[in-house]
Design a binder for this molecule. Structure first.
Ligand code: GLA
Length: 341
């Protein structure tokens, strides 16, 4: 009789960046956190060396997500792991392409499931190694020149904590968990998805262009990076001191810098930020690469509904489709859920 083939299930979260945008590929600081929306990967070894994948999310004809998976397996093999052929099943609650790092969640879920399959413990070093492999899957296999923040947040995020990442550390990105007790402080973190979609996997797109401008030392772009690093440091202090108004002000200043100096905002993001602040939020900013995607707003828990409604009304007034809101909180990083046979 055949024994059942072992299957491993793992989950990896999307992320929101609280502050510190377009700093990762500039050797700077960022402060993301893992959210509860996540991708689940089920991997089962095959007798041959093929990769077969199915996804509950995939729009027919869209095969980009498969390149992320192929890239992750190739990078793990390049790191010396003996990865067999696999059947891979994927399901996700992270909105695709919506600025919450659906791609990092996908990559990290597959990498974590493979680690589980090979019996490799998920200690901090392994998590770092997987984050690096997943970033290279994205940059070298898919052609999205991203900076590494998303995969670190997904792999190393911790319940109730943001993750301070310092990309200047010569030993590789240094990560420090920062307790983020927003709920205990009577606050909420509201993510507003503008519905404007962007692609980072576009070599001619704005993201790649910004990277080139930073490499070329364009003063206006670098002014954003320098002031943003200062804001991240100040944000960590504000959080430590429970100075939530100050954190909110830093978030709004970050948005202004991304809009005016770095020029990666769009009118839908600007309107969401201005309306949220006008409706009594402590602060608000675009989060992620920009050119669409989401805002993150810090607001008193009992005002979150008022802010949502105000943003919806502002969009309706311009004839724009309703944005989608998510209340988010810092959740755990990637984990193996089961290794059942
Ligand atoms: C995207 C990239 C990240 C980072 C942000 C901007 O999310 O994937 O690496 O560069 O943009 O902060």
């Amino acid at each position: 009789m055949h024994s059942p083939r072992p299957a491993v299930v793992a989950r990896a979260p999307g992320r929101v960046n609280l502050i510190g945008e377009h700093t990762d590929y500039n050797g700077g600081l960022c402060l993301p956190f893992a959210i509860r929306l996540a991708t689940t990967a089920t991997v089962t070894p095959r007798a041959d060396d093929q990769l077969r994948m199915t996804s509950t999310e995939a729009a027919s004809g869209d095969t980009l997500w498969q390149r992320y998976v192929v890239g992750v397996v190739a990078e793990l093999r390049a790191a010396g792991w003996t990865v067999p052929g696999l059947d891979i099943g994927l399901a996700s609650t992270v909105p695709l392409g919506g600025g919450l790092s659906s791609s990092a969640a996908l990559e990290c879920a597959v990498a974590t499931a493979v680690a589980g399959l090979l019996g490799i413990p998920l200690d901090a070093d392994t998590r770092r190694l997987l984050a690096g492999a997943c970033r290279r899957a994205e940059t070298d296999h898919v052609g999205a020149p991203t900076g590494g923040m998303d995969q670190l947040a997904s792999m190393l995020g911790a319940e109730g904590h943001a993750l301070l990442v310092d990309f200047a550390d010569p030993g590789g990105p240094a990560t420090t968990p920062v307790p983020l007790p927003v709920t205990a402080a009577g606050l909420a973190l509201l993510v507003t998805d503008t519905g404007v979609r962007h692609s980072l996997a576009d070599g001619d797109g704005g993201y790649a262009q910004r990277r080139r401008e930073c490499e070329a030392g364009e003063p206006r772009r670098l002014r954003h990076v320098t002031t943003e690093n200062d804001r991240v440091r100040a944000a960590v202090e504000a959080i430590d001191d429970g100075e939530w108004d100050r954190l909110g002000a830093l978030m709004t200043a970050s948005h202004a810098s991304l809009r005016d100096d770095f020029e990666v905002s769009v009118p839908q993001l600007d309107l969401a930020v201005e309306t949220a602040n006008g409706a009594g939020a402590l602060g608000s900013r675009m989060t992620g690469g920009g050119f669409g995607g989401c805002t993150i707003t810090l607001v008193a828990a009992d005002r979150a509904a008022v802010v949502r409604e105000a943003v919806d009304a502002a969009y309706a007034e311009r004839g724009w489709a309703n944005p989608v809101h998510h209340l988010v909180e810092p959740g755990p990083g990637a984990e193996v859920l089961s290794t059942a046979g």
